[in-house]
Design a protein around this ligand. Structure first.
Ligand SMILES: Cc1cc2nc3c(=O)[nH]c(=O)nc-3n(C[C@H](O)[C@H](O)[C@H](O)COP(=O)(O)OP(=O)(O)OC[C@H]3O[C@@H](n4cnc5c(N)ncnc54)[C@H](O)[C@@H]3O)c2cc1C
Length: 377
């Protein structure tokens, strides 16, 4: 399609801002409606594997991501005492770097600036108040008083997606996996030159991830009751209790965790929308459609791939519904593969029984997955 389309992106997170940049850069009229008042309060950091960096290059922000983050090539696997078991070089997608750790607020700022520079309008502190679709378009009123008619509405509104609820009711509410992630941002130790993953005979995993020249984060996964929340006064001590069996670099990092307010706790949930991801001209993408556990560090990578492939599909198709069908045919198998393997890894690492299909996926494992995912998206 060459006609400029009017597109509303609901959710200005990682996927939504990537889509806004890609579409506005092609001359489409893009509004982003983001519920948060501002970008900064986004916490912790993220790994951008090579496939995600490839998308960043395509939308013109690769150098900014590398400058704000910490580029790395080798995943180090340790036993719980800290002895190195393996050093696994991470593959590249073409000549794109292997991986980059980056603070989430820095990535959000880079993507928001890119979207605005490309011509998108990013509205903060707003959401959809009313939405009515007919065969030719979608009329939307936002809570900030803005109203418009759009050719396409994209729900990049995250794992709790209100747009998903609007389309499918409660059928695809996030499923809690029984596990939660504890993370703390710390000064980077000079020896942390890439992700250091420590797991073994403990029913837990801990990771150190460099996210800038100065910073890294300590992350770990434990089984937690669904209604558990860390004690705001002693979250750091609760994390220490859980990581008591770890030595080496994990224990050294843990010694620096002294502020309960610095501990970020997230329950790990997943979403699988079994029905088509679009209804008419409204489509779900990223976590809203297929949130997975973070075990492959690929959730945001899938979201940015979704975004770029959607832009390509709109370039190639004759109508919006045809583009959405073509897009989903391309995206669903890859996103579901990531989700299936991520869930299988979580089960394997926590001693949860796996299905025969999961055992087959586990033969690929985390190192093999990196090689699969540097193939074209
Ligand atoms: C512990 C943990 C670690 C992870 N680590 C990695 C990693 O290292 N690498 C990786 O690739 N992925 C990682 N992920 C996954 C990654 O964070 C997500 O997959 C990714 O953020 C999904 O992008 P998205 O754009 O779909 O959603 P999000 O980035 O969640 O963005 C959704 C946006 O929608 C907005 N929104 C919500 N409701 C509304 C509303 N009503 N109106 C308007 N806007 C709304 C939100 O404020 C948000 O800005 C991790 C996830 C977890 C939980």
């Amino acid at each position: 399609m060459t006609t400029p389309l009017r597109v509303l992106v609901h959710g200005g997170g990682i996927g939504g801002l990537t889509l806004a940049t890609a579409l506005a850069g092609r001359g489409h009229h893009v509004d982003v409606a983001e519920l948060r008042e501002r970008l900064e309060a986004l916490g912790v950091g993220i790994v951008q594997p090579s496939n995600a960096l490839h998308v960043m290059r395509e939308i013109g922000v690769l150098d900014d991501c590398l400058a704000a983050g910490f580029e790395w090539e080798v995943l180090t696997v340790c036993d719980p005492a800290g002895a190195t078991l393996a050093r696994i070089p991470q593959p590249r997608m073409g000549d794109t770097p292997s991986a980059n750790g980056i603070p989430r607020p820095a990535l959000a700022r880079i993507l928001a600036d890119a979207a605005v520079k490309a011509g998108a309008t990013v509205r903060f502190g707003t959401t959809i108040a009313e939405l009515a679709e007919d065969a030719d378009g979608v009329d939307v009123a936002l809570t900030d008083g803005h109203a418009g008619r759009y050719d396409l509405v994209v729900g990049f509104d995250g794992i709790g997606s209100p747009l998903r609820r609007r389309l499918y009711g409660e059928r695809y509410a996030p499923e809690y996996t029984g596990f939660a992630n504890w993370r703390v941002t710390l000064p980077r130790s000079p020896e942390v030159q890439g992700v250091v993953m420590s797991s073994g005979n403990l029913a837990a995993k801990a990771l150190l991830t460099p996210i800038s020249t100065d910073l890294m984060y300590l992350g770990s996964v434990f089984a937690e009751a669904e209604d558990f929340r860390p004690d705001p006064e002693r979250a750091h001590e609760q994390l220490r209790e859980r990581l008591a069996g770890f030595g080496g670099p994990i224990a050294e990092a843990l010694a620096q965790v002294t502020d309960p307010a610095a501990v970020v706790y997230s329950r790990i949930s997943q979403v699988t929308v079994d029905e088509p991801w679009h209804v008419g001209r409204i489509v779900l993408a990223g976590d809203a459609a297929h949130a997975s556990t973070p075990h492959l560090a690929q959730g945001a990578a899938m979201a940015v791939e979704d975004a770029l492939v959607l832009a390509h599909s709109l370039d190639a198709a004759g109508t919006v519904p045809a583009a959405l069908t073509a897009w989903e045919e391309r995206r669903r198998p890859r996103a579901m593969w990531v989700q299936g393997l991520s869930r299988a890894v979580l089960k394997q690492e926590t001693g949860t029984p796996t299905t025969p299909e999961e055992d087959e996926l586990l033969e690929v494992g985390i190192p093999g997955a990196a090689h699969v995912l540097v193939k074209p998206y």
